[in-house]
Design a protein around this ligand. Structure first.
Ligand code: MRU
Length: 350
């Protein structure tokens, strides 16, 4: 069950996309096979697969599944391409905030612009989906190597949500940095925010890290300032779902609060994210579309009402941390430092 066993969160196997069902972890560990592009849309939307890089790969798999479907329906190349393009658009509409989804689907759709028969294009789309899958792990390990440098000896690291192996194909972004730091210094410790309302921190992060033997303490979202004031947190590392050209970073709701508290208490706040999470087409975080999720995530816990039935509910899934609160963005090309406008530009040039 542990990540040491090298299970991928999402993997292309015998023309299906096999993934860990993250809605039932840690109670149950189950793999599900996604066989069509429409099933993939549902898997992303219902968060069977979640986390920015993982849903990017899910999108890439979804396009490959669409090609297999189109190959059975059509013999003319234009209808084949149109079908895949429409399914690509549909997949991109499953969740709005993580740009990795749009990035990965668009990378797949670009293949349709090259020449080739239906068979050639289908093969290319499958091959590229598998390449992207494997690259994701390599990129995370590179990020881990760079990021481990910023973790002081014996440090306690606070993380929010789940930016781990489960949010990627394997190893993780923020948790990848923690894994690399732990490999050098097994005395490091982690504090994991529970991450209301979907509990990705409690359900997924604590499971992943404790399976790997990393000393992990679960805290509720409101506790971070308390522990920072007591000097029990040395550094914060989270993932991101979309980073604007100026470094403003969208991540799971509550991240902004953690970053403000970190600034106040002089605790460095880092983001770990691959370049595919950076959206250079937008100047600032104001342009990031924030997913609004259903009210039941807030009104219920395990199927039980926890509030008055007539109460108003607003449930944004993400918030944007302004760049001035971020000490660095750990990427596969190194740690980007402020001013981010320049360092991000340079990372894409080099
Ligand atoms: O709603 P989720 O669970 O998909 O949100 C996930 C996060 O916010 C992660 O921190 C982010 O995707 C980075 S994952 C490496």
């Amino acid at each position: 069950m542990a990540f040491k066993s090298k299970i991928k969160t999402i993997e292309w196997v015998d023309n299906v996309s096999r993934m860990i069902d993250q809605t039932i972890l840690p109670k149950e560990f189950k793999l599900v096979d996604i066989k069509t592009a429409d099933e993939m849309y549902d898997a992303i939307k219902t968060m069977i697969v979640r986390g920015a890089p993982a849903i990017g790969i899910a999108g890439a798999h979804g396009v490959a599944l669409a090609a297999l479907e189109a190959g059975k329906k059509y013999t003319d190349i234009e209808s084949f391409k149109n079908y895949i393009t429409e399914k690509g658009k549909y997949l991109k509409s499953s969740r709005p905030t993580a740009v990795n989804l749009m990035w990965a689907v668009d990378k797949q759709l670009e293949i349709l612009n090259g020449g080739g028969s239906i068979t050639d294009l289908t093969e290319k789309l499958i091959k590229n989906a598998v390449v992207m899958e494997n690259e994701d792990i390599e990129i995370n390990k590179r990020m881990g190597d760079y990021g481990a440098e910023i973790v002081p000896k014996g440090a306690t690291i606070l993380t929010h949500c789940n930016a781990g192996a489960l949010a990627t194909v394997g190893y993780g972004t923020a948790l990848g940095v923690i894994r690399s730091a732990y490999a050098k210094d097994p005395t490091i410790k982690v504090f994991a925010d529970e991450t209301r309302p979907r509990q990705q921190g409690a359900r997924l992060t604590t499971w992943e890290l404790t399976e790997d033997g990393i000393d992990t303490t679960l805290i509720t979202d409101g506790m971070c300032s308390y522990f920072m004031k007591k000097k029990m947190i040395d550094v914060v590392i989270t993932g991101a779902d979309r980073i604007a050209a100026n470094g403003d970073a969208a991540n799971k709701i509550g991240t902004y609060t953690v970053a403000i508290s970190a600034k106040y208490h002089n605790v460095p706040f880092y983001i770990a994210a691959p370049l595919s999470t950076i959206d250079t087409s937008i100047a600032s975080g104001d342009e990031i579309k924030i997913e609004e999720r259903n009210r039941e995530e807030v009104t219920h816990i395990n199927g039980d009402w926890i509030c008055a039935e007539k109460v108003n509910i607003i449930n944004p899934g993400f918030d944007v941390t302004p760049n001035e609160l971020i000490a660095g963005i750990i990427t596969e090309k190194g740690i980007l430092r402020p001013p981010f406008k320049e360092s991000i530009k340079k990372a894409f040039e080099g």
